[in-house]
Design a protein around this ligand. Structure first.
Ligand code: URA
Length: 201
């Protein structure tokens, strides 16, 4: 008997979605990957943190934010009383590592983002988080229809909306590692996210 036709991403369950991402060839990033990086955490999480895309360590391990930036992200989670896996889910805009001709990390292109976004949208629909936190400019501007040159400084400090949910923008933890002075602002953003979340109860 023939296998039933694959369901559209928008109708997939977790198993179908994970299988589909693991075998995805929708854009050229599939050619350079070691692993896809689906996302990790509580599938009923109230908080969804969204990064840009896997870097080298994430590509090797198949898990998001496992390097230095990930340690800082774990501290950011703790600041709002969360742990990865407990009431928090961590995902990225793209599931495969984008690199330039020299093998260095780069942001995903608009086409790569467009190809991958349905997966994140389905993750959001399945998780049903109460608050989304976009980590950095790429994540924020991939989700918000705004001028692509808008800096994070202009995106933070307000409650945006994506997929019918509140979205807070803050600095990417890798940026914060290089610009410790902005850490205080990131903590302000997390506190805005907390207030937003509390207001939803
Ligand atoms: N940076 C990201 O945006 N995502 C990761 O998973 C790792 C680093």
């Amino acid at each position: 008997p023939q296998a039933p036709p694959a369901r559209e991403v928008a109708h997939m369950d977790w198993v179908e979605l994970k299988t589909s991402v693991a075998g995805c060839v929708k854009c050229g990033l599939c050619q350079g990957r070691t692993n896809t990086v689906f996302g990790v955490g509580d599938e009923k999480a109230k908080w969804l943190f969204i990064g840009e895309g896997p870097g080298r360590n994430e590509d090797l391990q198949g898990e998001p934010f496992v390097g230095q930036a990930g340690k800082l992200l774990d501290n950011m989670l703790r600041a709002v009383g969360l742990r990865r896996g407990e009431n928090a889910y961590i995902a990225n805009i793209v599931k495969c590592r984008p690199t330039d001709a020299n093998g260095k990390d780069r942001p995903p292109t608009a086409a790569e983002t467009a190809a991958c976004l349905p997966y994140l949208e389905r993750q959001i629909a399945l998780i049903q988080p109460s608050v989304l936190v976009a980590l950095g400019k790429t994540a924020a501007l991939s989700l918000l229809a705004l001028d692509p040159d808008t800096p994070v400084s202009r995106l933070r400090g307000k409650v945006h909306r994506y997929a019918d949910r509140p979205l807070i923008v803050t600095y990417h933890p890798a940026y914060l590692l290089r610009n410790m002075i902005d850490k205080r602002k990131a903590w302000e953003d997390l506190s805005l996210a907390m207030t937003t979340y509390a207001g939803l109860d």
